[in-house]
Design a protein around this ligand. Sequence first.
Ligand code: NDP
Length: 338
Amino acid sequence: MPANLQIVLDNRPTGEASEANFRIAQTETPPLKDGHVLVRHHYLSLDPYMRGRMSESKSYAVPQPLGQVMQGGTVGEVVESRHPGYTPGDKVVGFGGWQHFSVADASQPGSLRKVDTTHVPLSHYLGAVGMPGVTAWYGLVKIIEPKAGNTLVVTAASGAVGSAFGALAKARGCRVVGVAGGEDKCRYVTEELGFDACIDYRTHPDASSIGKALDAACPDGIDGHFENVGGYIFDAVLDRMNAFGRIALCGLISGYDGQPIPLANPRALLVSRLRIEGFIVSEHMEVWPEALRELGGLVGSGKLRPRESVAQGLEAAPAAFIGLLKGRNFGKQLVKVI
Ligand code: NDP
């Protein structure tokens, strides 16, 4: 069996996560048992949720164990199979982790899924046509429940989730306003993703300043909001929500290193009779087939053109991951493993 390069969690962060929390390890892939499949990874997905699992604080998922290979989504190719449903060469998406190879028990439902790369490139199954895309779909369709003509706002708009959110919301006839960090990201959001407007929060360092930009971009107020970041931008959005507005609370990345994320004006929730709901996409597997069908169609038809930041080589994963937590990625953050 081939030698396998891995990245393991060596120690837990205190405060900001850093490259020193990880270390490289070398193992052999184990011999295959009946029903198992050996997969060579092409791409590894880096996702903000991994930061939460590096810590031991209370969360919806158990912490990543120390000394073990970092968990994470992967796409790759079957190189050996002892399962009748898989043959070498099949392209698959799974949860293979930060390593060159993984062995999946393909007899377990949901452990491995074959994908068709005719119209959708393999890497997009980790982004727009994968978990981040379904996340956008769930928050939009099941929580925000938009009507044509509604004004919707999304933070981290140029990212994996935000970009899919924009395409899905435009397909439903909504006015979509993004918030992103920097001129380049905002230009991409409006010109390539087709958002109606994008606010560069870096030029608006406080709630009052970004509030004025939101007023200009959302003259009829905000009917639905998809929150990825938290902080003063969220405060400014809350103040501008229309009565009975809906908020999908997807992520709070500005606090993932343990920073407090105060809410300046919870009064807005009451006076505007808002509905706010947090969710975890992996707890809603029932929507994945429908969501993936729509997302695949949007990518296949060119209506959603996802952007990717690709780090080269498994050894580059820790630095790329830290960069993702600081907004250095532009679009879906991947690692090209081979
Ligand atoms: P992105 O591709 O959007 O990358 C993260 C982006 O967040 C960065 O590019 C940056 O964009 C922004 N960001 C990073 N750090 C900060 C910070 N300190 N303050 C402000 N903005 C920051 O990631 P994803 O699309 O994969 O994820 C987006 C959000 O969705 C995350 O919060 C994630 O945890 C959440 N999520 C939740 C899921 C669920 O089931 N609830 C599932 C998947 C994702 P910019 O430069 O524009 O600020």
